[in-house]
Ligand binder design. Structure first.
Ligand code: SF4
Length: 63
């Protein structure tokens, strides 16, 4: 699950979850503020920021 989360691979996360249908319903009901993240942290997503940093991309969490 953690590896799937790091890649934001939602299908793989569903496959790893104990209750995929409930997980899918929650995600569908709570759209994330930023594409690619879950609905918790939005543009402050640490996973998203770390992936960007490792790719050499600029990280703008204030914009
Ligand atoms: S938005 Fe927050 S909870 Fe969701 S993956 Fe990113 S850091 Fe984790």
């Amino acid at each position: 699950m953690a590896e799937a989360r790091q890649c934001f691979d939602w299908d793989k996360q569903w496959d790893c979850s104990l209750d995929p249908e409930t997980a899918k319903a929650i995600r569908a009901d709570r759209s994330p503020e930023c594409d690619g993240t879950c609905s918790m942290c939005g543009k402050f997503c640490a996973v998203r920021s770390m992936n960007k940093a490792l790719a050499g991309e600029y990280i703008d969490i204030l914009g």
